[in-house]
Design a protein around this ligand. Sequence first.
Ligand SMILES: [Zn+2]
Length: 255
Amino acid sequence: MLLIRCPYCGPRPEIEFAYGGEAHIARPQSPALLDDDQWAEFLFLRSNPKGVHCERWRHLHGCARFFNAIRDTLSDVQPQAADQVNEMLKALNQQSEVDIEKDLIGSLGDEWAYFTDPAIGGRGIASLTVVNHLKDPATFERSMVKMQDFVLQQIEQQMGPGQKPQIHFQTVKIDGMNIHYLAVPLISPSWVVHDGMLYVAGFPQVAAAAARRGASAENSIRKNAAFVAMHERLGRPADYAQLSLPTLPVVWNTV
Ligand SMILES: [Zn+2]
């Protein structure tokens, strides 16, 4: 029998609980748009890991509340796992002076989009740009910069005396925007906060171009020639609104 720790009542024997399946299964945002395969996947397909598994439990014969638990399917419940994560997070928050949950994750918005555009960064993965509509742009930018400094400090501390890390976080000004990037060979992961939006790209110039275009008047998928042509070819279906995520400034894909 398992000894399960209810976050409200403490450790209790397994017979008091009902199993609620895998945790973090998100309901589809637009159920009407799903095809049969997507429905089957949402309803029936679950991960079945050998090792750590996040699951829902209900303390049925106790407080009757639902909670999430982390269980190792090989060694069963790890009641201390959640505490360990919280402790780690607390230590990290103190050392970095950034409240990771509140300031960093909390200032990200719920709306995400990604696109590639040959006019911005060429074809393929190199021009992939990820966009987030930030809840709190100023806090996000301040916390990210602090976090970068902290990461670099940690790397420096791990290295021997007199050695300098091979990577650097840099900031470059393009068109009045602060483009932050990690200077490493081949690819330079970059991000910029502009007009309330976060743009993440593989290169500073791609992030800058995306942010510039995102803030311009030419920012709607309905104005994208390639998209308009494709829409015509498809006989102008009325339900393409799902593709445009109208609250985001730039969403198109010319693949
Ligand atoms: Zn309980």
